[in-house]
Design a protein around this ligand. Structure first.
Ligand code: ADP
Length: 172
């Protein structure tokens, strides 16, 4: 994909419960490919998120506040409609997804296929997870943290302290 004359908008959707350094790495890389990147935070009640949608938007916004993204505007917002409708409404040309080893493949393959049937003009762009974050997932981070493991390598200090707060709330 080349940024040549045309203004390109991409959407990076996810649950971000909570945002990890793996997600941040994808945001950084996607920002080099488009003029405007919208990080769309999904409600995803199916996954029973730990953080409310509002809290997740806040954490993503805080995490990207210091990101150097030359020539790209990055926005964060909540959405709760069908992804493809959201992408159309935002007049975006592509969807970014991160791909870790084989675990994500089946789901991503199906989702991309369905989206392409509904809207063939919107491309899904996969960025392979870096080897550093290949095994990092929000769900593992929550599990490890709940059992007092050290996750400071995988999330920013803001996310770590939000997780601490949740844990303390649950205890009290
Ligand atoms: P979803 O519920 O949509 O899968 P996630 O927040 O779990 O939302 O992930 C959002 C996107 O980021 C997905 O494409 C997922 O595969 C990708 N992703 C998650 N963790 C990582 C990681 N460590 N490295 C690269 N991509 C990741």
């Amino acid at each position: 994909m080349e940024k040549s004359g045309k203004y390109i908008t991409g959407v990076y959707p996810g649950t971000f419960d909570p945002i990890t350094k793996g997600h941040l790495h994808i945001i950084q890389r996607a920002s080099k490919l488009v003029d405007r990147l919208i990080v769309g935070v999904a409600p995803n009640t199916r996954k029973g998120p730990l953080f409310s949608q509002e809290e997740r938007v806040k954490l993503v916004s805080e995490d990207i506040a210091n990101m150097h993204a030359k020539h790209c505007e990055i926005e964060v917002e909540a959405f709760d409609e069908l992804l493809i409708h959201y992408v159309q409404r935002k007049k975006a040309q592509c969807i970014f997804r991160g791909l870790r080893a084989t675990s994500d493949f089946e789901y991503e393959f199906q989702m991309t296929g369905m989206n392409a049937q509904m809207e063939p003009d919107i491309e899904t762009v996969f960025l392979m997870a870096s080897d550093k974050y290949q095994f990092v997932s929000s769900s593992f981070i929550k599990e490890i943290h709940a059992l007092d493991g050290d996750i400071s390598k995988f999330v920013t200090p803001a996310v770590l302290s939000a997780l601490e707060q949740k844990k303390n709330q649950r205890k009290s």
